[in-house]
Each structure stands twice: as structure tokens, then as C-alpha cells.
Design a protein around this ligand. Sequence first.
Ligand code: ZN
Length: 277
Amino acid sequence: MENTQTTARRTIAFVILALAVISVAYLASPGFRAGRQGTPPDLAGGLERDNRMLGEADLERLFPDIVLRAAKGNEKIIALTFDDGPDDVYTPAVLDVLKEKQVRATFFLIGNRVEQYPEVTRRIIEEGHLIGNHTFTHPNTGKPLGEQLRNELERTEKALAAFGVSPSYLFRPPYGALTAPAAVEVANMGYRLALWSIDSLDWRGLSKEEVLNNVIPHIAPGRVILQHSAGGPGEDLSGSVQALPEIIDYLRQQGYTFVTMDQMFPLPVQAEAANCP
Ligand SMILES: [Zn+2]
């Protein structure tokens, strides 16, 4: 009995001592002192709010009204999308497949490439594909660009206007990343953020089989597939081009139909009505 009481007393004493140590540590901590002694030094890279790179999932959570990643519902529709074109190697090869299979897709074009490859741009338009804005120079939009972002979008609009088309209301940020202020700004310009729900990861120079493995298991109604129709210098997209006819055939067998992103995500009726004369 005596022993039990002694043990209990020792335990209580230990707990009190531990609490005292934790309290002293907390009072001495940087967080507590900063709160008591005014504003901490500036963050060298700027505020988290202004600088944090937001990926696809974050953007969807923060801006559900302007982010397009997958259609709701069970309708068996799929949107094929191709980034970074045009070029004169892979984009024509992608167009050949789409023509043969009679599929309309959405191309997110880079403005300076539109100017460099007018023939391929014209072919994309003539063959009935939808064009989205993917900036003029493909900067990293995950970092704050200030005025440059608006400029990038407007220069691409201008480059496309020379062909008599506009880049729809679809903006796909390079690397799928954007800062929060930039997301608000492009929304104010009338754009929606056209992201994706299936990433082929073809930009890694994957084989046909690898591209198929990144796409087929993720197929579901309303998904948007991301592939590329051009790369950077030395990038090999031949696996992606080879996978394309098999992706299309598989989807058709499964009963899917192909839509462009503006068909998948029509603007609200009142917005369209406002554009009517
Ligand atoms: Zn890109």
C-alpha cells in the first residue's frame, strides 16, 4: 500500500514537472514571441498567398466555378486535348490520326508557335478542332507574372485572330499551375481554366504502352485526357501519337463519344444569351 502511494506521488510530481517544462518551452518559442513582439521579418520570396504554386487539384478546390476538369454525370463523353502545338512534326501526325478516326479534339496552342507554323494552325482550324489559349511563350504561370500573364493571353488571341478564330473561353495554364491572383485575373478576362482529369504523362517521352497504361485504366464518363501535340527541343512524343488510335478505338468500343471541351462544358445559358445580338 505504502509503495503504491509513493508511486502515485512520484507520477503526479513527474506530470507537474513535465507541464512546467512544456510551458517554458512554449513561452520561449519563436511563434509565441513573434505574436508578442510585433510583425516578423518579411518573407524574402513574398507572401505565400501571392507565390504559392497551385496545381490542378488546388485550383479546382479554390475556384470550382471556373475550373474545368471533368464533366459531372454519367454521360459517356470524353474530350481529347493536345497541348503545346503547333509544330510541324507531331501536330500533323496527331491531325492525321484524328482525321482518319473522324474525331474532333481541343488543341491548346502556344501563340508564338501559331505564328511560326501558320499552315499547321490553318489545318487545325479547317479540320474542325477547337482551339484554347495556352499563352504566347509558355512561361511558368505557377509563379507570379503580373502584367505579363494578360499580355501572354492577349498576344495569343491576336495571333489567332489573324486566322479568323478566337481561343474560345478556354485557358490552359502551362504546367497546370497558376497563382490564386492570376486565376482571378484570367476569370475576369472571361476565361475558364481548362484543366484535365487524365494525364498521359506523354511529355516524359513514354512508349506507346506506357501512354496507354496512363490513360485506359482511368477512363470514366466526362473525363478530359491530356496529351501533347508538340514538345520542347529534343522531346519525343512518338509513343503518344502511336497510342492515340488505340485510345480512340478503345473508347469507341466502350460506347464513348468524343466532344470538344466547349461541348463538354457549355457556358451558362445567360452568358451565351448576353452575346447574342
Ligand atoms: Zn504546355
